[in-house]
Design a protein around this ligand. Structure first.
Ligand SMILES: [Zn+2]
Ligand SMILES: [Zn+2]
Length: 444
């Protein structure tokens, strides 16, 4: 099957081999030259009479001003709120601001911006139970059409259920004029899918997690699209930027189909989350979400390469876990992450992944499925190929390029496994008692 955005839009609600009926929830997707001019038509199509526009100062300049002129010319009244911060954080403040400025007469939400504005408007539209239109200003991440919002709540990165935008508008000229680094970020966020698809399959094999081969195939198809157009996209080619945007939309739809984030994020996203949490707490260096995920994908792929050469050693694993102190580890998390550590520690107290008996049982499962794990990991591209690809588009290959120290990268690699209750390679390395030695080898 040749999955494309057209196929997905035309086949929404398809009956799948995994037993689910998959809904993408996106109703209209207009990507191409002059796509913005179709905004008034979309507002009317979904019964909007008074849109609420949300943007920040940068996205107002990139597209927001054009949107207001377009609505003026079509005599569509609107309320606009411009977030007066450069690169606003996806936190309680922005959601509160959006809610407080969206007045009673607003019956449709129009997000004009990147991931943060879109994620905020998804929450706003879900709370107000109104239609949500997203005008993308940069192909910088893959959450355009997902039904969740990636936020910072109480200092912890969380994925909140919100709603999928009803309409995505991607105007070729606006997208191609986005800063090159944001285009690279979209590519980095897609490259992460090499890992997420592998880790999803491993979790299904080891833990019996729900897995859908069709959704995995859709993600691989969208990844292929993005890789193929990457070079032209960073050079601002309109057609390539539009194809990249479609790939990002497809990836978000795949998440909706599965109903979980497994198809789109794994270990590399958690490394990125740790970097964000530390930046929030201590002001340490950070880069765009997709750039962090891209460089962390390279780290993770290197870890898998090393894992594939590992001879599993049951005794070493058991001795390592015997000597492991959860309390000492919690202390380390608090020291490294500050506030954000508390939610991670609370998660572990509920989940008990560090319980010795649970570990022993898990280890036996891993050993019994070792051949299957190696076969799945064989799907990953080589780190040499990935590095070459990143270099060809000017994408950072290490966090040191945006100011992190190798020590900070090592710490992010160690702590990533504690972000969510999801089995990722960091956990498997801990299960084998080799997490620290792998981190030393990969991060330095
Ligand atoms: Zn399925
Ligand atoms: Zn992402």
């Amino acid at each position: 099957m040749n999955y494309s955005i057209d196929w997905l839009m035309a086949n929404d609600g398809f009956e799948c081999e995994c037993g689910k009926r998959h809904f993408g929830l996106l109703k209209d997707c207009v990507i191409g030259e002059n796509a913005l001019f179709r905004l008034p038509e979309m507002i009317r199509k979904y019964g909007g009479t008074h849109p609420f526009l949300l943007c920040d100062t940068l996205t107002y300049a990139a597209a927001g001003e054009r949107v207001t002129k377009l609505l003026d010319s079509e005599n569509i009244p609107y309320t606009i709120h411009i977030i007066e911060r450069i690169h606003p954080a996806p936190d309680e403040k922005i959601v509160g601001e959006a809610l407080m400025y969206c007045d009673e007469k607003c019956d449709i939400v129009v997000a004009v911006g990147g991931g943060v504005i879109n994620d905020t408007c998804k929450i706003l539209a879900a709370a107000k139970k109104v239609t949500d239109i997203y005008v993308a200003t940069a192909p910088s991440m893959d959450g355009f059409a997902s039904g969740s919002s990636s936020m910072e709540r109480g200092g912890l990165k969380v994925s909140l259920n919100s709603k999928c935008p009803d309409v995505v508008i991607g105007d070729a000229e606006i997208l191609a004029n986005a800063p090159t680094h944001m285009i690279r970020s979209g590519i980095g966020d897609m490259i992460a899918k090499y890992v997420s698809i592998v880790e999803w399959q491993i979790a299904a094999l080891l833990l019996g997690e729900y897995y859908c081969p069709t959704v995995a195939q859709i993600v691989r198809a969208s990844l292929d699209v993005c890789v193929n157009v990457a070079k032209d996209a960073v050079n601002g080619d309109h057609e390539a930027v539009c194809r990249l945007t479609e790939g990002l939309v497809m990836s978000g739809l795949a998440m909706n189909y599965a109903g979980i984030s497994r198809p789109a994020s794994g270990m590399e996203h958690y490394i990125s989350h740790i970097i964000d949490m530390r930046a929030l707490e201590f002001g340490t260096p950070a880069d765009l979400h997709g750039i962090q995920c891209g460089m962390a994908t390279l780290l993770t792929v290197q870890a898998y390469e090393k894992l594939m050469r590992l001879t599993p050693d049951r005794n070493k694993a058991l001795a390592y876990v015997e000597a492991f102190s959860p309390d000492a580890w919690f202390g380390h998390l608090r020291e490294q992450l500050g506030h954000g550590a508390e939610a991670m520690i609370a998660g572990e107290l509920k989940e008990k992944k560090y319980d010795k008996a649970k570990h022993a049982a898990r280890l036996e499962k891993i050993l019994a499925n070792w051949d299957g794990i190696l076969r799945i990991a064989g799907e990953l591209p080589s780190s040499a190929k990935l590095r070459g690809f990143f270099e060809s588009i000017g994408h950072p290959v290490s966090g040191t390029e945006f100011g992190l120290t190798e020590h900070e990268l090592r710490e992010a690699f160690l702590m990533a496994k504690d972000i969510r209750n999801k089995y990722v390679i960091g956990r498997m390395l801990w299960d084998f008692g080799v997490l620290e030695e792998f981190a030393d080898n990969i991060c330095y």
